[in-house]
Design a protein around this ligand. Structure first.
Ligand code: 6PG
Length: 492
């Protein structure tokens, strides 16, 4: 039996990294850290049972247990570095407070939860007063990812990266080209901002896949198992991704109790812990359209109002059942519509990251973000290599979907996309993410928008003024008078 006591120096165990919060995510992250050469991991949990359980279950990890914050701090080599893995919210503030009382200037506190980036900005500013570094790090990949290799999106001060970088690189997922899926995203809340947008894109991706499934199921009558085969096939091409892969698994699953496809016995009301809503709220404040993400978030809300759905169930829709004439052709159309809509969702997500960086003064490398999303995270996909290529070619690309690879996919896919949205609309099948993504595509490329009429309406009832296409300046029409136009002060 190998010596399972932790390495020590002068009798004091010297850990180079610590984890606070040993629920599944925290325990798995601690195990991942301990499995990497050069790491000695201190562990602490408010209730000691979880600490003792982890010690007993994983002696090979040679954890350094602590049963108080003082012991935890004493077990860590300087600069002390601790990762907090507790549920985002007040609990995080309590742990931060406790750590600032036992840590010293130069030490590093990492919040690995799904905190709202504005909370992280606030926390980083407060902790910085003590001389301690505070890092908000998005960690994506769920419980499995925490154990085997997540995608990690740390923010926080540059100087923390010197110590933290090697530790996070040692546990991050590794992309096919050998690159670890972690980068210093930017200062203060940048990491949690990017993780938030990751989750927003995740919502859009999941909703688009769900709409594709619904259309094929209702349009062709294929069974979930048959549709699983279709997704598995799609997963060998440009749609290859973790979410497509697991969709096939979920659709293949048979419910043991009833023998029916599991998807048919799951209640059709989707939950959400809030990161999608944050993405949309933030996009609204930044003035960035994220229609696919927004519709995906609203689709979850709509599904979760059974009382309203029951009340509205009597409202009429198309009479005949939806059946397509050529199932194979329709399935291919849906595949192309899914890919086109996915391009829009990612383009909008990266647009939001760019706008957030400008608003909050972060220097975020969009190419680097696409690279660290290639493995470990929930939206991992071959597709992200194409995004990385696009930003490598044109780092300040104004609209991702105008990059040649994506423009070509949209050009070749738009006819199918339109056929699918028309078919869904005529069949009365909700496709909010497909149709809003197409509307965004047509809006962003339009050479003339009805926003001109909106400006006229605003000027009529609120004297909000407007610009003209044929000369500079700001104007207002005297609607209640002789309706002449006058130059006006720019009130935008
Ligand atoms: C990840 C996931 C994760 C997410 C949960 C629940 O990147 O590992 O995005 O952070 O919070 O999967 O998300 P919802 O309940 O909001 O769907």
């Amino acid at each position: 039996m190998s010596d399972t006591s932790a390495p020590s120096d002068n009798g004091v165990a010297v850990a180079n990294i610590g984890v606070v919060g040993l629920a599944v995510m925290g325990s798995n992250l601690a195990r991942n850290l301990a499995s990497r050469e050069g790491n000695t991991v201190a562990i602490y949990n408010r209730s000691r049972e979880k600490t003792d359980q982890l010690l007993a279950d994983h002696p090979e990890a040679q954890f350094v247990p602590a049963y108080s914050y003082e012991e935890f701090a004493a077990s860590l080599a300087k600069p002390r570095t601790a990762i907090i893995m507790v549920k985002a919210g007040a609990g995080t503030d309590a742990v931060i407070q406790a750590l600032t009382e036992v840590f010293e200037p130069g030490d590093i506190i990492v919040d690995g939860g799904n905190a709202l980036f504005t909370d992280t900005i606030r926390r980083e500013k407060a902790v910085r007063e003590t001389g301690i570094n505070f890092v908000g790090a998005g960690i994506s990949g769920g419980e499995e990812g925490a154990l085997t290799g997540p995608s990690i999106m740390p923010g926080g001060p540059e100087e923390s990266w010197v110590t933290l970088g090697p530790i996070l690189r040692s546990i991050a997922a590794v992309a096919p080209d050998g690159e670890p899926c972690v980068t210093h995203v930017g200062t203060d809340g940048a990491g949690h901002f990017v993780k938030m947008v990751h989750n927003g894109i995740e919502y859009a991706d999941m909703q688009l896949i769900a709409e594709a499934y619904d259309l094929i199921r209702r349009g062709t009558g294929k069974t979930p198992a048959e549709i699983a085969d279709i997704f598995a096939e799609w997963n060998t091409g440009e749609l290859e991704s973790y979410l497509i892969e697991i969709t096939a698994e979920v659709l293949r699953q048979v419910d043991a109790a009833t023998g029916r496809p599991l998807v048919d016995v799951i209640l059709d009301q989707a939950g959400a812990k809030g990161t999608g809503a944050w993405t949309v709220q933030t996009a609204l404040s930044l003035g960035v359209p994220v229609s696919g993400i927004a519709e995906a978030t609203f689709a979850r809300s709509l599904s979760s109002h059974p009382e309203q759905r029951e009340a509205a169930a009597s409202l009429p829709g198309p009479d005949e059942d939806f059946r397509v004439a050529d199932a194979d052709a329709f399935i291919e159309d849906v595949r192309q519509a899914l890919f086109a809509s996915k391009i829009v969702a990612y383009s909008q997500g990266f647009d939001e990251i760019r706008a957030g960086a400008a608003e909050y003064g972060w220097n975020i490398d969009l190419g680097a973000i696409s690279k660290i999303w290639r493995a470990g995270c929930i939206i991992r996909a071959q597709f992200l290599n194409r995004i990385a290529d696009a930003y490598a070619e044109t780092p300040d690309l104004p609209v991702l979907m105008t990059a040649p690879y994506f423009a070509e996919a949209l050009t070749s896919g738009q006819a199918a996309w339109r056929r699918v949205v028309v078919a869904a609309t005529q069949a009365g099948i909700p496709s909010p993410a497909f149709s809003s993504s197409l509307a965004y595509y047509d809006g962003i490329r339009a050479d003339r928008l009805p926003a001109a009429l909106v400006q006229g309406q605003r000027d009529f009832f609120g004297a909000h003024t407007y610009k003209r296409i044929d000369k500079p300046g700001t104007f207002h029409t005297l609607w209640s008078g002789d309706r002449t136009e006058i130059e006006a002060e720019d009130t935008h």
